[in-house]
Design a protein around this ligand. Sequence first.
Ligand code: FAD
Length: 460
Amino acid sequence: MERDFDVIVIGSGAAGLAAAVSAADSGASVLVVEGETQVGGSSRLSGGHFYAAGTSVQEEAGVVGDNADAMFEHYMTLNQHLVDPAVVRRYCDLSAPTLEWVMGLGVKYPADQLYASGVGSTPRGHPPEGEGQEVINVLEGHRSHKGVDLVLDARVTSLITNDEGRVTGVRIGDDEATAGAVIMATGGFGNNPEMIEKYLPQAAATGDWGWYIGADGARGDGITLGESVGGVVDGHDRALLLATPGFSRDLEVALPSWIIMVNQYGRRFCDETGNYTVIAGLLDKQGGPVYAVFDEPTRAAAKRTPLFQAYWVNEVLEQKADDGRILRADSLAELAALAGIDAEGLEGTAQRYNNDVEAGEDTAFFKQGPLSPIRTAPFYAVEIRPAILCWTGTGLRINADTCVIDKAEKPIRGLYAAGETVGNLHGDVYVGGGGSYGPCLVFGKLAGENAAKYAQMLND
Ligand SMILES: Cc1cc2nc3c(=O)[nH]c(=O)nc-3n(C[C@H](O)[C@H](O)[C@H](O)COP(=O)(O)OP(=O)(O)OC[C@H]3O[C@@H](n4cnc5c(N)ncnc54)[C@H](O)[C@@H]3O)c2cc1C
């Protein structure tokens, strides 16, 4: 049967462009369909870090003995095995070869930038020169050079299937394009409030504080399109969220060392400067509002720093207290009453913390960095919510070969998926910086190869 293309890729982020380039390299004729007016999706806004093990960059940096087995063990343990082992294993196995492939295309990952990007100590975070935009530039250059067609401003509205349920193309409004295989690389759903409500209760619970840092096109179309042909959604309530006092929509990843965070019992529950990959999950587990608490000398000393520009600055904090957005009181008991926190708990926590500050060691949570006592009125409490949404981890269920699978665990013929639209890779805990962009490239490349092979088989 005549088809317009061997492979159609929906979406032109890291996953989609990697898929397009690898499908073309596998001999397929390829069309990339992008709903926005420029390529790159959230990938172009991203740091573009790539979480990988056993790479030549690690070797150059003197990291010895890391490999896919160690990465797999860490990933599975971190998430208490509540992820799909076959899909995670494939990511781990292909992380190094895919990074080498991307480097071969022209992206540079300087060895001196390599870092331990999650809660593990092994440096697996590979930041690219020029961040995510440069990765997109390089992939887009190869797409264009290989003669892969691209249409912009063309949002796919439905999938075409034949009588046997095989996916045979896409519709963009009244237009149609047919193919041997379709790759869904439509990104996440950070810009879709209904899907956030449905699939991401922890983000929905942050109410109007919640905002998404990525691109407009992240509307969850992959989920809708995939479900329309029998695909199923996996990975409930999974995303990367960052903790914030929510005064504005500024992206600040960390919290300052000079606050303590307490729950409704007035108890601390973490090292406030802990890794951003775990803090939001800890907030969610407190079962009620969480407050950052500090005192007047600490507030007055809060200077703008490279890390803290928007929220944790003396005059901002003063203004927000004057506006009533931050609670202010002359005693901790009064502050606790205003915040609905157990007063005895808060006073006891502050006393223990002050003793630790005096002794120069946080004996409860081992927090490093400048510690400030909570001693001098007025005292302040500001609510913290996991309200900055970086990416979503709920999405289509795939097998390790990137085929979208149905509820009977069977591949939907002709339909592949890669990138943030996939739902059975991420667990409750983000593995670390590069843990989203890395698999976009890994599964994008793999989907391109497998979709090209499938289309070729139909042609034979
Ligand atoms: C600011 C920022 C920083 C980040 N930093 C990192 C990092 O350092 N490391 C890391 O691992 N992750 C990071 N992330 C997350 C990571 O970048 C993303 O998860 C990843 O880039 C998503 O890639 P993707 O190809 O799946 O989707 P995208 O890059 O979002 O691309 C999807 C594309 O599909 C298009 N599309 C959607 N629906 C349709 C449709 N119906 N028809 C046609 N086109 C459609 C969209 O317009 C979009 O262009 C960051 C994210 C952001 C926003």
